[in-house]
Design a protein around this ligand. Structure first.
Ligand code: GLU
Length: 447
């Protein structure tokens, strides 16, 4: 019965979204978890909640023409997927990366819907971006691109409609250029974007929040086994915004981050990325957007080309880069090397085979929609501060973030137990996120 229902739903999703591999993968993962809920709630099936929830409310694609520094005209494609607004205005980041496709946008917006529901804040799910690559572009080129992108995007977003933020390739600089153009077009200073500069409506702690939140979540998971993060060796994969937040918090808590990497390979620094080395790592991406290998060259560490860091012995693995960066084989290797806790700080970084391997081997495994929700939760806190026209101190925001992460953890644990799968954070996160959105959709009728 369960398998039939899942197959039936997936056939429909595959037929309507042909070739959209990442989107189908994300939907499959959620539907697999929620089949028991649908069996308990025939009214959800009658109201076709799954069919509605897997269909984005709106998908916008647009042309983004701009002129490069040589005077040549360039054309990129822009997207905004407004997936679900049952519990609040669409909310989710913008990704600028050559790998961006409609499938990637839809998977991220779909995930975001459940992630945002878990934060306890009133935010629907959305995502956007472009196949534009900010690497190797001058500041002026990035600005011209952002202005052209916003010249179309602005009509679809707004503080009470859809509130974009950053993601891969979109940080403070890009949000600045996008917001500047938005404000010029609408002639209003409003909280239509998050991740803004702290001097003009941004929230303290937003840049660190995703990474800090993932570490808070790891602490909670380890505590269920009476363990602590202090003294642990941790492998991470990226060194952008999320990787830096994770490393900073782990250093504060006495853990040791021993790897970073990019699509070209990874660095192994067994002594740990601390002090001046951490400052160098931070500058590497956030200021210079330089390759990870520079760290290995500067500090005389081992550089392994063409591989991810999952072969390195560690207690905890925190993928911080991108989707499907940790395979089933990688998972087997981590387990063989003694890794007992895996936290998805990126979105869907572990393949389904990897997740299965972790769960079979009793590894604590946190899915991204729970573990990396601290970033968007702090965006929600930025929206609150904008509405109140005030700004909270760093300590206030951090305390709220910490509390939200504890609550998400508890929700996952309680929900997994209620559905007979204690300790299964995938089931806990998917079911709790789904129930919140599905019940709101039921209340609002067939829309
Ligand atoms: N891009 C981040 C995420 O994946 C943050 C989104 C936001 O702050 O709106 O959750």
């Amino acid at each position: 019965m369960s398998a039939n229902l899942l197959n039936e739903y997936m056939q429909g999703v595959a037929a309507r979204n042909p070739g959209e591999k990442e989107f189908q993968q994300a939907v499959h993962e959620v539907l697999e978890s929620i089949i028991p809920v649908l069996e308990r709630h025939p009214e959800f099936r009658k109201a076709r909640i799954v069919e509605r929830l897997t269909e984005p409310e709106r998908v916008i694609t647009f042309r983004v023409p701009w002129v490069d520094d040589r005077g040549d005209v360039q054309v990129n494609r822009g997207f905004r997927v407004q997936f679900n607004s049952a519990i609040g205005p669409y909310k989710g980041g913008l990704r600028f990366h050559p790998s961006v496709t409609v499938s990637i946008m839809k998977f991220l917006a779909f995930e975001q819907t459940f992630k945002n529901a878990l934060t306890t804040l009133p935010m629907g799910g959305g995502k956007g971006g472009s196949d534009f690559d900010p690497r190797g572009k001058s500041d002026n080129e990035v600005m011209r691109f952002c202005q052209s992108f916003t010249t179309e995007l602005f009509r679809h977003v707004g503080a009470d409609t859809d509130v974009p933020a950053g993601d891969i390739g979109v940080g403070g600089r890009e949000i600045g250029y996008i917001y500047g153009q938005y404000k010029r077009l609408v002639n209003r200073f409003e909280g239509a974007f998050t991740g803004k500069g702290v001097g003009w409506g941004g929230s303290l702690m937003r840049p660190e929040a995703t990474g800090y939140g993932a570490v808070y979540f790891a602490q909670e998971m380890l505590a269920t086994r009476d363990q602590s993060i202090a003294g642990r060796t941790v492998a991470i994969s990226g060194y952008g915004n999320v990787g830096c937040g994770v490393t900073e918090k782990l250093n504060q808590l006495g853990a040791r981050v021993v790897t970073i990497g990019d699509e070209y390979g990874f660095v192994h620094d067994p002594e740990g990325i601390t002090g001046a080395k951490y400052e160098f790592m931070k500058e590497l991406w956030q200021v210079r957007r330089a390759p990870a290998k520079e760290y290995a060259d500067k500090f005389n560490c081992r550089w392994t080309a063409g591989a991810r860091p999952w072969s390195v012995a560690c207690d905890v693995a925190i993928p911080t880069a991108a989707e499907n960066e940790l395979s089933g084989k990688d998972a087997e290797q981590l387990i063989a090397n003694g890794c007992t806790c895996v936290v998805e700080a990126a979105n869907m970084p572990c393949t389904p085979e990897a997740v299965e391997a972790f769960q079979k081997n009793n590894v604590l495994f946190a899915p991204g929609k729970a573990a990396n929700a601290g970033g968007v939760a702090t965006s929600g806190l930025e929206m609150t501060q904008n509405s109140m026209r005030l700004s909270w101190s760093r300590d206030e925001v951090d305390a709220k973030l910490h509390d939200i992460m504890r609550r998400i953890h508890k929700t996952c644990v309680d929900t997994a137990a209620a559905y007979g799968k204690p300790g299964n954070y995938v089931i806990g996160a998917n079911v709790a996120g789904f129930l919140k959105v599905a019940m709101a959709m039921m209340d609002q009728g067939v829309v």
